[in-house]
Design a protein around this ligand. Sequence first.
Ligand code: SF4
Length: 339
Amino acid sequence: MMTPEKRLFFQKQLLQLYNQYQRALPWRAVDVKPNPYYVWLSEIMLQQTTVVTVIPYFNRFIKKWPTITHLAHATQDEVFHLWQGLGYYQRARNLLKCAQVIESTYQSVFPEDLSSLLSLPGIGPYTAAAIRTIAFNQPETVVDGNIESVLSRYLCFDGVFPKAKKQFSGEISEIFQVAKPGDLAQSIMDLGSMICKPTSPSCTDCPIQQKCCAFASKNTQNYPKKAPKTPKPTRYSSLFWIENNKSQVYIRKRTEGRLLLGLMEFPSTPWLESNQSPADGDIKVMHTFTHFHLILEIIKTDAVPVWTQGGFWCDKNDLENYAFPTVMRKVIRKISDQY
Ligand code: SF4
């Protein structure tokens, strides 16, 4: 339970921690006003992705598109090309749409109010709260994975995530009522990432150990409480590596479904849970998406299957200039390892 004493202690310790030891991250402002474009871009990239992975992507993006206006004038292919490898490509689609709306509707100035932020493509309640808190210093309740870990342990919060998220937000909302809510939110994120880590919290180094409920009850491993994950199904497909005698490979853009829409691929049969592959090839590539595992059996041929359309021949050396998702990059690596 969050008593006033416990809340004040938490706020004081965390703000002090941020002043002394905040992580130097390229999207963070030190002694200047935060840049909403950087905050938004980093928050979108950090969804389901670690800080270490995001840093080089973030740096490449702001080098190519230093402002939201520059990004608004990019093409979808250019954005995909710089995004490839980060996964969850719907984020890259919404990123461009959002930049275009901000340019056309808000004259390239990020809106500050919650309802305008929530109306933008790709911005949900978490991202809107994070932008308002970090970029505009407004006391919203921000709940990401790190904040969930730290505060559910600090309070011995017994609700089970994700169902209990709303109740949790209600219980911790008062914490963000400080003069610098952005610093506080980022400090909790730092603590969750460096000290109160999901599987092995380093309680001896923790500045809030003195009042941490999970530490006092020797129960840190039990928080946050999570619903068991449902196992992912496996899908199968035959993928055709079609190469002619000019060292060109047949590629095409994905035009159907939402998954990987607009990215490049090698033709393949539908990805189905029953294995109906026509041949038993020994070159396989495995990849895990959010909701399923995929096993691709690679068939090498020089003939374009009759059912394949809309593609074109690409020099093998030019493949790197196209936006392929990670699963297709794995195929390219596998083929070059084999031949
Ligand atoms: S004392 Fe341990 S469990 Fe509690 S907040 Fe600190 S690191 Fe996390």
